[in-house]
Every structure is written in structure tokens, then in C-alpha cells.
Write a protein that binds this ligand. Structure first.
Ligand SMILES: [Zn+2]
Length: 672
């Protein structure tokens, strides 16, 4: 079959991929994999080499074919691709559950553990341990009819989650605001006004067309002098895919959310867990729900007094009670007054090409690798570029597609995803390849895109994930790079990288004024650094609100009553929030991390990993941010090892002790 998704070429042939290829390719691969598993079991294949290696190669083949499909669905969404993608989700889910529930396969892995356990290397032992754990999580030992029920739950969950995403995307794109009088845009940065002008022209309309994408939303909430405009945007944003707001009821995720929670709970019960929070923790660094709740509540106790002080100060500054849509606006003004710094004034100092070049320099100085553009590599959109990562000796180590600008039909937010995983097993070899995706404002005319410092942090963050994937030395795909890394440790390398973008040693490397080419002046640099702890309490309680809401929602779910979504959110807000959300706020309805992404009963992972990353960065503060020995240990103990060893052991090997919370509190200016 001449299907580009089944090609062995090192990189996807994006131009040749058509929605019509998706389902046939997936079906062919699933059939081949099923036949291979059956043949392995039939021939009583035993042991690491004869059983585990072929299975790992099989997983690799599938992941590699599917990766461009999932990626394009996220960044180049079209009706045809969406339909093909959705048609495949149940097939894929059924396949994974079926493998996870295969008793003979599980028994064969158990024999590998029993007979070869002692002679296997640590990486191999981890692969087998993880596989045995995942069999248990898929309900391998259940009686047939309950297994069947578990499979049905997983399939329905996959399509319900995909529908949740679609609703958010559709609701986001359905709303825009045409402005006829430029005075209404007062306060907005020039680039945002220009973009709105271009958007109106492209749509054949007069005036300015404001879309509901993240950069526009942020710009309006932070800068628009018009309170009615801010309120209108806020309402459109926080009511997306709900029964409230401008498109009330049209893409309402409400019923789906209740269903998703019920499905997760029932699946967790079947697998032998009291609730989905416990099920979620079976693969994480945190040991049990009490440890997570204690951790979040301790942080809340430490940060809420600061958050209350900060909010009171903000209301004093504004000289009135503030609504949710006023907070970013007045915060920006207070920040400006207090620190003589504004996000927009910094933008010209961070033109994207300079930031990227500086980031590559930082990575080179830390880990010795060089990053070079490879313009000849085929990409899927003119905005996208491909880069290769070269070792000290010039040998290629991997590569990545960089897709940084917001555009229609592209999912919100920023993320790193695997395009190809690293493998060196049984004659199959490939280098890791990543997708790095952000949603920065596109360049306007000849001018390069200019980033806020916040966007610079986002880029460093995603690059940290990218390095975890690209620098791995692990040969077995299921524990290479970010694979097999517990979800609450996976943000360690990414949040760790953000620290560099705040440093004296790094800011001159990543900044150069777009016209004068001057690096960020020292006085501005100091004020920027001082701004790091600005409203740190408010930012922390906001993250804790999300984390506690998510975790309690899953931990406290009971099948004998309706999901308490609004009630749990209200209780959590009473306990930790300082900004009052209006009654119409329906933020859970677009909370993709938790309802459709991988952060279900896992949103706490961000804060958990922030403790790890702040503490890890502490070692660099002690020895110098480019200290080769410290960087070498971070590379060797964390980045290169992927999921091939226990996350706590890896941390302790690097830091010489278990993680401590104090470096994070110091970093945020919250230390007593
Ligand atoms: Zn991340």
C-alpha cells in the first residue's frame, strides 16, 4: 500500500499525508501488531530479547505512524482530518485496552521478571515493571464481562474527551468582535490593533476584528481601557463551551464533564482503586491522595496571606472593588508604577530570532549540543521550521519542528510532543524528533514577532520538554525521553529551563532591541527580575485553585450522586481564591488539561514539579548557572535518563538529597 503514514522515512512526509490515509494506515498497523502478538504468544516467545524487544518495536512503529495525525489534528485542524482522527480514536483505545488486558502477554512479562529479573539492566527492569503495572491498571485479571466493561469505558472516555476538545475549539473560533470605532481599542498595543485591522480586511470587513485567540484575549484583558470591552472578552472566554455566555448552550460541555468523571471513576473501581485520584497516582511520584492534598494545602497556607495582601493592595491602587476582568488590567498598571516596567515595553527587546539564537547558545553552553536550522526538511505550514540537534562531535542527535505562531485551526496554548521516539533495539534505530508548539503573535509585515517576557518563559519551558525528549540516551522507547516519566515529574526539565530566562547571565544573550539591537539595559533587567515575585501569592493561589479543584473532583466523586463540579469549585475558591469569579464564570467547561488532556487528578503536578525544578536550579545558583559539572550531572541524572529509573532516585542522585520546598518559596518571594 502506498500510504505515507506507513513509510519508514525518518520524518513524516507531511505534504503527501491526506485525511484519507489515516484510517487505512491505522487499521493496517493494528492488524499487523495483533498478528505479531498472537505469533509471539503462539511460539511461546520468552525473555527480554524474544518477547519485550519485538513488542517495543511494535509500539514504536505505531506511535510513529500516529504522531503526525494527532499533531496535524491539533495544529492544522480540518473537517476531513478531524473526522478521520475521530474514527480512529476508538480503534486505538480498543487496541491498547485489549493489549493491557491480555493475560497471556501479562504472564509472559511476569516470566521475564521472574526468570531474568536479576540479570536485566536497570532500564530493562523498569520497562518490565512498568508493563506489569500497566496490565494491572487495565484490569488484566478481571473476569471476562468486567474486562469487556472496562474496554467499553475506555472507548467512550476517549471519544467524550475528544468531543470536549472539539467543543472548546469550535466555541473559541465561533466568537469574534468587530470594532467600528478605533477609540474602543484605546490602550491596546499597536501590534494587536494592526492584527485586528488585518483580520477585518481578510474577512472583507471594515474596522477591526478581534478574535478570541489567546494573544488577543490577553492583550484586551491586560490593556484595553474600555471596561465594557474587557468584560465582553472575559465573558466570551470564560463561558466557552458552556450553557452561559454569547453562545450559550451551543457547544455545552456540561453533560460531557459529568460523564467523563463518571467513566473515570467506574474504570478506576474496576481496576481495584477507590476512585480515579488513586488510580491516577499509581503511575506518579506522589504516593497517595493524602500526600497530594497535604502538599497543596500546605502551599495554600503559605501563599494565601501574601495573595490577600497583594489583592488588597491592588484594590487600593485601583481605588475600587475589582471584578475578575479588571485584575490583569490594574495589575499591569500597578506593576508599571511599582517596577517601572510593562510587558509591552519589554517586547521590542525580545524579537523572536534573537530569543531563539540566545536559547540555543544557552543549551550549547550547558550541554555542548549545537542546534542548526535545516531548511530543506519538509514542513506542514510555512510558519514551521525544522532544526537539527548536533552532538559535541557534530553527530546528529535528533531534531525538532518549531511551530510558534497563532493561526486559525490551531489549538491554543503551547506544548511539546513526540514526533519520533528514540529506539535502538533489534536492528531498529531512530533518533528522537519533537514538535515544539506555541501560539505567539505572528510577525507583522517585515517585523519579526516580538515576545513578552512571559512568552519567552513559555518558549524556554517547551524547550525544556524538548531537551528531555531529544537528549535521551535510553534505547527502549517506552522509557526513553519523557516516556515512562511520572506525570508529576515530567514538568521538572521544563520549569527548570524557565529559570535561565530570568538570569543576568542569560538575559543579554536573548535580548536585542528590534531597532537599536541593544541588549536589555541593566536597569530594566533588574526591574524585570524584581517583577518575578510581583503578585506571586496571587499567581500561586490561582494554580492551587485549579489543582485542588481537579484533585478533589476526582477524589470525592461518588457514583450515587451527580458530579459536584460547580460545588467543588465554589468550595475550593472559598478556601484559596482571592479574586472573586462572577456567577457566569464557567472556566471548567474549557479546562482541557483536566477534562481532555493528561492532567486528570494530576494538575497538582505543575506545583509538585516546580518544587523539584526550583530545588534543582538551586544547585546551579550555588555553583554558577553555566557550571559544567552541575550541568553535566543534570544531563546525566535527569535529562538523558528519561523514564528509565525511579524519579525520586534520579532527583536524589542529582541533588544529593530529597527535594525541599524552600527554594520555590524563596524564588517566589514567599519565604518567611
Ligand atoms: Zn510543560
Amino acid at each position: 500500500m502506498n500510504n505515507p503514514l506507513l513509510s519508514d522515512a525518518p520524518l513524516p512526509a507531511f505534504g503527501a499525508i491526506d485525511a484519507s490515509h489515516v484510517e487505512p494506515a491505522l487499521r493496517a498497523l493494528l492488524d499487523a501488531n495483533r498478528a505479531e502478538v498472537a505469533a509471539l504468544l503462539e511460539s511461546d516467545a520468552d525473555g527480554w530479547d524474544r518477547l519485550v524487544v519485538p513488542i517495543e518495536r511494535m509500539h514504536h512503529r505505531l506511535a510513529r505512524a500516529w504522531s503526525p495525525v494527532g499533531h496535524l489534528n491539533g495544529v492544522m485542524n480540518s473537517d476531513a482530518l478531524r473526522a478521520a482522527y475521530n474514527a480512529c480514536l476508538p480503534l486505538l483505545t480498543a487496541y491498547h485496552t485489549e493489549l493491557g488486558q491480555n493475560e497471556r502477554l501479562c504472564a509472559a512479562y511476569q516470566r521475564v521478571a521472574d526468570r531474568e529479573g536479576a540479570s536485566l539492566g536497570p532500564e530493562q527492569r523498569k520497562v518490565v515493571e512498568n508493563a506489569l503495572r500497566d496490565f494491572r491498571l487495565a484490569g488484566v485479571s478481571l473476569p471476562p464481562e468486567r474486562k469487556q466493561r472496562f474496554r467499553a469505558l475506555m472507548e467512550r472516555l476517549a471519544s467524550a474527551q475528544a468531543k470536549f476538545d472539539e467543543n472548546v475549539l469550535d466555541a473559541t473560533h465561533a466568537w469574534s468582535r468587530l470594532v467600528a470605532d478605533e477609540a474602543e481599542l484605546a490602550g491596546l498595543p499597536a501590534h494587536a490593533v494592526q492584527r485586528a485591522r488585518d483580520a477585518a480586511a481578510a474577512a472583507g470587513q471594515d474596522g477591526w476584528l478581534l478574535a478570541l485567540d489567546a494573544p488577543t484575549y490577553q492583550a484586551v484583558l491586560t490593556h484595553a481601557l474600555s471596561e465594557p470591552l474587557r468584560r465582553e472578552f472575559y465573558e466570551a472566554w470564560v463561558t466557552r463551551a458552556s450553557e452561559r455566555g454569547p453562545h450559550a448552550g451551543q457547544w455545552d460541555n456540561g453533560p460531557l464533564m459529568a460523564e467523563i468523571l463518571a467513566l473515570r471513576h467506574e474504570a478506576a473501581n474496576l481496576a481495584g482503586f477507590a476512585n480515579f485520584a488513586e488510580y491516577s497516582l499509581a503511575t506518579k511520584m506522589a504516593r497517595d491522595p493524602a500526600e497530594v492534598l497535604d502538599f497543596l494545602q500546605r502551599l495554600a497556607r503559605l501563599s494565601r496571606p501574601a495573595a490577600e495582601r497583594e489583592f488588597a493592595e491592588l484594590e487600593r491602587f485601583a481605588a475600587r472593588a475589582l471584578a475578575a476582568w479588571d485584575v490583569a488590567f490594574y495589575s499591569e498598571r500597578l506593576r508599571h508604577e511599582r517596577l517601572q516596567i510593562s510587558a509591552e515595553a519589554l517586547r521590542p527587546y525580545f524579537p523572536l530570532p534573537r530569543v531563539l539564537a540566545g536559547l540555543f547558545t544557552v543549551v550549547h553552553r550547558l550541554y555542548g549540543v549545537r542546534i542548526v536550522a535545516k531548511p530543506a526538511v519538509e514542513v506542514y505550514h510555512p510558519d514551521v521550521r525544522f532544526f537539527e540537534v548536533l552532538d559535541r562531535d557534530g553527530a546528529p542527535r535528533g531534531g525538532f519542528f518549531l511551530d510558534l505562531h497563532a493561526r486559525p485551526k490551531k489549538r491554543d496554548g503551547a506544548w511539546m510532543d513526540e514526533c519520533v521516539g528514540r529506539i535502538r533495539l533489534g536492528g531498529t534505530c531512530s533518533q528522537p524528533v519533537a514538535y515544539l508548539v506555541c501560539n505567539f503573535s505572528p510577525p507583522v509585515g517585515e517585523r519579526p514577532s516580538q515576545l513578552t517576557h512571559h512568552e519567552v518563559l513559555t518558549l524556554f519551558h517547551e524547550f525544556g520538554h524538548g531537551l528531555h525528549h531529544l537528549l535521551t540516551r535510553v534505547d527502549t522507547p517506552s522509557v526513553a525521553g519523557i516516556n515512562g516519566v511520572p506525570w508529576d515529574a515530567v514538568e521538572l526539565p521544563s520549569q527548570f529551563m524557565e529559570n535561565f530566562a530570568w538570569r543576568d547571565e542569560v538575559l543579554p544573550l536573548i535580548s536585542a532591541h528590534v531597532e537599536t539591537h541593544e541588549p536589555l539595559p541593566h536597569a530594566m533587567l533588574e526591574r524585570l527580575q524584581a517583577s518575578r515575585s510581583f503578585q506571586a501569592g496571587m499567581q500561586t493561589v490561582r494554580q492551587l485553585e485549579f489543582a485542588l479543584f481537579d484533585f478533589r473532583l476526582h477524589a470525592e466523586f461518588r457514583p450515587d450522586r451527580p458530579a459536584r463540579i460547580a460545588e467543588t469549585l465554589a468550595e475550593v475558591r472559598d478556601a484559596v481564591a482571592v479574586v472573586r469569579a462572577p456567577e457566569f464564570n464557567r472556566f471548567p467547561h474549557s479546562f482541557q488539561h483536566v477534562f481532555s488532556g493528561g492532567y486528570a487528578a494530576g494538575y497538582y503536578s505543575y506545583k509538585w514539579a516546580e518544587v523539584l525544578s526550583a530545588d534543582a536550579f538551586g544547585a546551579f545558583e550555588e555553583h554558577g548557572v553555566f557550571d559544567p559539572a552541575t550541568a553535566g550531572r543534570f544531563l546525566g541524572s535527569i535529562l538523558e535518563r528519561g523514564g528509565s529509573r525511579d524519579a525520586m532516585e534520579a532527583f536524589v542522585e542529582f541533588r544529593g538529597r530529597r527535594p525541599e520546598i524552600e527554594p520555590l518559596l524563596r524564588q517566589m518571594g514567599l519565604a518567611a
